[in-house]
Design a protein around this ligand. Structure first.
Ligand code: C2O
Ligand code: CU
Ligand code: CU
Length: 492
C-alpha cells in the first residue's frame, strides 16, 4: 500500500486572528486491508484525522461535534492549553442520545444530587462522580493558543476509563505548530517533510478491528480481558493508517516527524538499506520541539505518545532500492514498519541540518527546583481486581494529587515496575537522570513523555508555567491509563 498523508484540515474561518475548524466525530469504514472494510471511529471521517497546521501564537478553535454512540473528550497532547480546553477525562461531550441524568447514565453508579456531571465508570470502580466536570451535549469548542515552541502534537480521545479502545478505533490526529524561525532553518520541507503516525492494530478475518473490551459497546464496563491487562498489542503495523506502507520518493534528505500513537507497543526503529547498512537517524527535535543541536542515532526507541523529529538522507541509498524502517523489538510481521522506495535521484537538494538548531531551550538547573516529589508507577489492586497505580492509588477525579503554585520549578523522581511511558499535561520537561545516570542520547531536548524502562527510575525537571487549573499526569500505555494509572495535577 502507498503511504497515506493525512489531509490538512481547512479552517472554516480565519477572522479575528483565530483559525476556526469544525471536526465531526463519526463512525465510518475504510479500506485499510486490501479488499476489506474496517469500521472506525474517526475525526472527520478519516484515520488519522485531519492534520491541523498552526502557527505559533495564533490561536486555533476547533468545534468538535460528537456523532459517535458514546461520550468523547478531546485532548491536544503536548499542547500548552488552558484547562477548560485540555480535555479533562470527565469533561464529556455527550452524544445526542445519551441519557442526561447521572442516575441513568451508562457507567454511572447513580449518585442522587449530582447534576449532569461526568462520572466514573464501574471498572476502576471508585464509584464517585466528579463535581467539577463540565459536560456538554453534542458539541464543544476547544481553543488552543499555540503559544508554545513549534513541534508535532497530536489530538486524541481522553474519555475516562475508555481512552484506549477509542484510540484503537481511530480517534487520533496530528496538530503541527510552526514558526518563522523554524521555517528559516532550511530543513527538508514540502514533499520531503513527512509525518508518520505509527500504530499497531489487530483485525478479524473480515477486516474489523479486534479489541478485547469487557463491554464492546464502550458504554458501561471499562477494561479489557485478563490476558491484555498489560496493554493491547496488534500484529499489523499501520503508518498513517496503512499496513506496512511503501512511500516512493527521491534520494534526498527527508524530515520524518514520527509519532508512536500505539496503545501499548514500543518500537526501536532503524532505517536499513537493501545491502544491510543502517542509515543515520539524525534527531533534530523531541516531543516539545527542536533540540539545541542534532543528535545522531543508529536505532531509536519510541514509546507510546513520544515524538521524534528526524532527518534521514536517502542519498545514501541506490536509486531503485528500498530503505526499510524496521522495529528491532518486533517479532514476525511486527519487525516491519514501512519502507521508502528511492525511485529517482534528487533534484538539487538544498535542504540542510544546521549544527545549531534552537537557542530557546529552558536550562532549568537542579538548584532552581523548590521541591522534589516521588511517584511510583506500579501494578496493584484496584476495586478488587488488577489495576495500575501511581503512588499506590488509582485515578480519582475528585482527589487532587499534586498542587503546584504557577511558576514553581520542581524535580519529579519517577520509578517504574514494568515499562511505563509517563506523560505530563501542560508542560514540557527535561530529563535530568535515568537509572541514576546521565540521560540517554534520545532523552535530549524538551519532552512531554518519558519512557521508563522496567525497574527504572528517572528524574525530570520542569517549571509549571502557562495556566492555572486542573491538569493530569499519567502513563501513556493507554490500557494502563484506563486502569487507574493517572493522577491530578492542579496548578494554582
Ligand atoms: Cu496523550 Cu493525557 O494524553
Ligand atoms: Cu497530553
Ligand atoms: Cu504504564
Amino acid at each position: 500500500m502507498p503511504l497515506p498523508l493525512p489531509a490538512v484540515a481547512r479552517p472554516v474561518s480565519t477572522d479575528g486572528g483565530t483559525d476556526r475548524y469544525e471536526i465531526v466525530q463519526r463512525e465510518t469504514s475504510a479500506e485499510i486491508l486490501p479488499g476489506l472494510r474496517t469500521p472506525l471511529w474517526t475525526y472527520g471521517g478519516s484515520f488519522p484525522g485531519p492534520t491541523i497546521e498552526a502557527r505559533r501564537g495564533r490561536p486555533v478553535t476547533v468545534t468538535h461535534r460528537n456523532e459517535l454512540p458514546v461520550p468523547t473528550v478531546v485532548h491536544l497532547h503536548g499542547g500548552r492549553t488552558p484547562a477548560d480546553s485540555d480535555g479533562y477525562p470527565t469533561d464529556l461531550v455527550l452524544p445526542a442520545a445519551w441519557p442526561q441524568t447521572p442516575q441513568t447514565m451508562p457507567g454511572m453508579p447513580g449518585m442522587p444530587g449530582m447534576d449532569g456531571a461526568g462520572g466514573h465508570g464501574g471498572g476502576t470502580g471508585t464509584g464517585m462522580t466528579d463535581p467539577r466536570a463540565v459536560t456538554s451535549r453534542l458539541r464543544r469548542d476547544y481553543t488552543f493558543p499555540n503559544d508554545q515552541r513549534p513541534t508535532l502534537l497530536w489530538y486524541h480521545d481522553h474519555r475516562m476509563d475508555f481512552t484506549a479502545p477509542a484510540l484503537w478505533r481511530g480517534l487520533a490526529g496530528l496538530h503541527i505548530v510552526r514558526d518563522d524561525a523554524e521555517d528559516a532553518l532550511g530543513l527538508p520541507a514540502g514533499p520531503h517533510e513527512i509525518p508518520l503516525m505509527i500504530t499497531d492494530r489487530a483485525f478479524t478475518a473480515d477486516g474489523a478491528l479486534t479489541y478485547p473490551s469487557l463491554d464492546p459497546a464502550l458504554r458501561d464496563r471499562p477494561g479489557v480481558t485478563e490476558p491484555h491487562l498489560a496493554g493491547v498489542l496488534g500484529d499489523v503495523v499501520l503508518v498513517n493508517g496503512a499496513p506496512w506502507p511503501v512511500h516512493e520518493t527521491d534520494a534526498a534528505r527527508h524530515r520524518l516527524r514520527l509519532l508512536n500513537a500505539s496503545n501499548a507497543r514500543h518500537y526501536e526503529l532503524e532505517a536499513r538499506t537493501e545491502d544491510g547498512r543502517r542509515l543515520d537517524l539524525v534527531q533534530i527535535g523531541a516531543d516539545q520541539g527542536l533540540l539545541a543541536a542534532p543528535v545522531t542515532h543508529r536505532s531509536l526507541p519510541i514509546a507510546p505518545a513520544e515524538r521524534y523529529d528526524l532527518v534521514v538522507d536517502f542519498a545514501a541509498a541506490p536509486v531503485g532500492s528500498l530503505v526499510r524502517i524496521v522495529n528491532r523489538l518486533g517479532t514476525g510481521r511486527t519487525r516491519d514498519v514501512m519502507a521508502f522506495r528511492i525511485a529517482r535521484p534528487a533534484p538539487a537538494d538544498d535542504s540542510r541540518i544546521p549544527p545549531r538548531l534552537a537557542t530557546d531551550l529552558p536550562d532549568w538547573r537542579r538548584e532552581d527546583a523548590v521541591r522534589t516529589r516521588d511517584f511510583a508507577f506500579r501494578a496493584g489492586r484496584m476495586n478488587g481486581g488488577h489495576g495500575w497505580l501511581i503512588g499506590g492509588r488509582p485515578f480519582d477525579p475528585a482527589r487532587t494529587d499534586v498542587t503546584v503554585p504557577l511558576g514553581d520549578t520542581e524535580i519529579w523522581r519517577l520509578i517504574a515496575d514494568v515499562h511505563h511511558p509517563v506523560h505530563l499535561h501542560l508542560v514540557g520537561f527535561r530529563i535530568l537522570t535515568r537509572g541514576g545516570r546521565p540521560p540517554l542520547p534520545h532523552d535530549a531536548g524538551l519532552k512531554d513523555t518519558v519512557s521508563l524502562r522496567p525497574g527504572e527510575s528517572a528524574e525530570i525537571i520542569t517549571r509549571f508555567d502557562g495556566y492555572r487549573g486542573r491538569y493530569l499526569f499519567h502513563c501513556h500505555n493507554a490500557e494502563h491509563e484506563d486502569m487507574g494509572m493517572m493522577a491530578n495535577l492542579e496548578v494554582v
